[in-house]
Design a protein. Structure first.
Ligand code: MN
Ligand code: MN
Length: 301
């Protein structure tokens, strides 16, 4: 079917309900929540925009032909789209409960749950659904640390998801943050992260990619959180809080591949994509492609 026809599920995966019992390799859940953004809104529309763009990468049962290896990839991958969390409009605490509940339900059905934000605050309730994963590590690819205690009088904004997770989840052992930059860093947050032993890698230490990869966790259960503002906004402008001089697409894919090959990936989110700032539509396409690259890295390395 042509990519501009039919009803949009992620990569044209069969739609499944979290109210029913089934199992699959991977499942995609939208979290259309953006009232915790500190700047330009719109990420609530990202799950729908990414689904629509993903039809360009609709996955045939015979898989994708790979030019590099001359073989089919992701053959018979069982991918499901479970739709979006049904969120209240103005009850953030109830929203967090529903996000956690849906994330837990998806986790019980698939090997790799994939979450489409939403702003980055959604990673906190999602991570609460991973509170029983032994020795949990997080790899966060982001221009920002998101480890602030309180900003603009709230503890639950997109600046704080990993601070809240670190307080809440006794199984959360370590966070590696890659791509840090900008002039708005929070000194207290940096010190708090460092005192917990987190690995903080600013963009100016990322020229030598092999050296960066050697600092990634190894042999761990890893939750990977990808904030699209890690990308260079020149080619990925559709985000709330862009910072110049970010990652290329190729570098981001290499980091995801290295994280997935060295560890057991237990969950993945892509957050902060803001379709109303995507005048070319390219950002939605690149977001969908990055999720496809993640599936390739996990299921067909
Ligand atoms: Mn973030
Ligand atoms: Mn960010």
């Amino acid at each position: 079917m042509l990519p501009f026809s039919g009803i949009s599920s992620f990569a044209r995966a069969p739609i499944a309900s979290l109210e029913q019992d089934w199992r699959a390799d991977a499942g995609v859940l939208g979290v259309p929540f953006d009232i915790a953004l500190g700047f330009r809104p719109g990420a609530r529309f990202a799950p729908r925009a990414i689904r629509e763009a993903s039809l360009r990468y609709a996955l045939p049962t015979e898989g994708f032909y790979d030019l590099k290896t001359d073989r089919q990839r992701l053959v018979n991958l069982e991918l499901r789209d479970v739709g979006d969390v049904d969120l209240p409009s103005l009850e953030p605490e109830l929203a967090r409960k529903r996000i956690e509940f849906a994330a837990r339900a998806l986790r019980s059905r698939v090997r790799l749950p994939v979450f489409l934000g939403g702003d980055h605050s959604v990673s906190y309730p999602i991570l609460r659904a991973f509170d029983d994963v032994p020795d949990l590590h997080i790899v966060q690819i982001d221009a920002h640390l998101d480890f602030t205690d309180v900003r603009n009088d709230t503890k639950f904004s997109n600046s704080s998801p990993f601070r809240r997770a670190a307080e809440d989840l006794s199984n959360l052992k370590h966070i590696t943050t890659l791509g840090l930059r900008g002039v708005r860093s929070d000194r207290e947050a940096v010190q708090a992260a460092k005192s917990r032993g987190h690995t903080l890698v600013p963009i100016w230490e990322m020229d030598d990619l092999e050296q960066v990869i050697s600092r990634l966790p190894s042999g761990k259960n890893v939750y990977l959180s990808f904030d699209v503002d890690a990308f260079d906004p020149g080619f990925f402008p559709a985000t709330s809080s862009p910072e110049p001089d970010g990652l290329s697409f190729a570098t981001a894919v290499k980091l995801i591949q290295a994280t997935a090959s060295r560890n057991q990936l237990v969950g993945f989110d892509l957050v902060e994509m803001t379709p109303n700032l995507d005048s070319s539509g390219n950002s939605a396409l690149f977001a969908a492609r990055l999720i496809m690259e993640t599936l390739l890295a996990v299921f067909d390395a």
